[in-house]
Design a protein around this ligand. Structure first.
Ligand code: ZN
Length: 70
């Protein structure tokens, strides 16, 4: 299990970055949620964002960044 925290999403419509409404503690849970069609509503533009591994970012247990900001 790969521990992660501080999961964020980058909106593909307005490019705003916002916190994921669902808390994930490990990368495997995040990946399975994405595979099941995880979506979030952007608080900036109000559009629904389809979450993918290419528009999400998170903090790894060692303090480094994971995802698109890495
Ligand atoms: Zn947006």
């Amino acid at each position: 299990m790969t521990a992660i925290s501080d999961v964020r999403i980058r909106c593909g419509h307005c490019r705003a970055i916002f916190a994921c409404p669902v808390a994930f503690r490990d990368l495997e849970s995040l990946e399975s949620a994405i595979a099941e069609g995880l979506q979030a509503t952007c608080p900036s533009c109000g559009q629904v964002v389809n979450c993918t591994m290419k528009n999400m970012m998170w903090r790894n247990a060692d303090g480094s960044d994971g995802g698109v900001s890495a």
